[in-house]
Design a protein around this ligand. Sequence first.
Ligand code: APR
Length: 177
Amino acid sequence: MQIDIHPGDITQFTAEAIVNAANSSLLGGGGVDGAIHRAGGSRILEECRHLRKTRFPDGLEAGQAAATTAGNLPARWVIHTVGPTYASSPEKYAQKAPILASCYRTCLLTAAELGAKTIAFPAISAGVYGWPMKDATRIAVDTVRDMSAQVGEAIDTVTFVPFGREAEDGYRAALTG
Ligand code: APR
């Protein structure tokens, strides 16, 4: 399983599955969530509403993942996941860091189940949810690397799509570390 970095706007990136850093409502928001819904169009929201009516009446929990159509995006699926909000206290951090890792794990398992050979991730929780970029990208890279034995047969390429220099530097440092 190849791990790449491709700086830019994830809504312009071609992959079979594009990961969305959503919130538990699954009904859209700002940041990459807003960008994906705007670029992907209303079919994504229609399917998100259906997910809320059926599988997730109380919303998608942090660390979980759920797939919808990618609408007009150059992708087949959007895999929505909800990152944890950052908390600096050691106790809270110890509780939340594994939840951020599980976002990557559950998205990769979902992609493998769907048969997606390529998947692209934004830096989950590193925007509105306040997770320090360096740590967020380290957790992302470490978790994807740890998963390669489990999903490496099913998934050919995982691409991190940094939106800005800080994210790009974070991924590059994590990948060479
Ligand atoms: N392409 C790639 N990355 C992007 C894009 C884009 N078009 N737009 C934003 N990003 C980056 C941000 O710069 C950040 O590094 O995605 C990362 C995650 O930031 P957010 O989108 O703010 O996501 P998050 O921190 O997980 O917060 C989720 O914000 O947008 C709302 O509805 C969302 O409530 C949820 C919360």
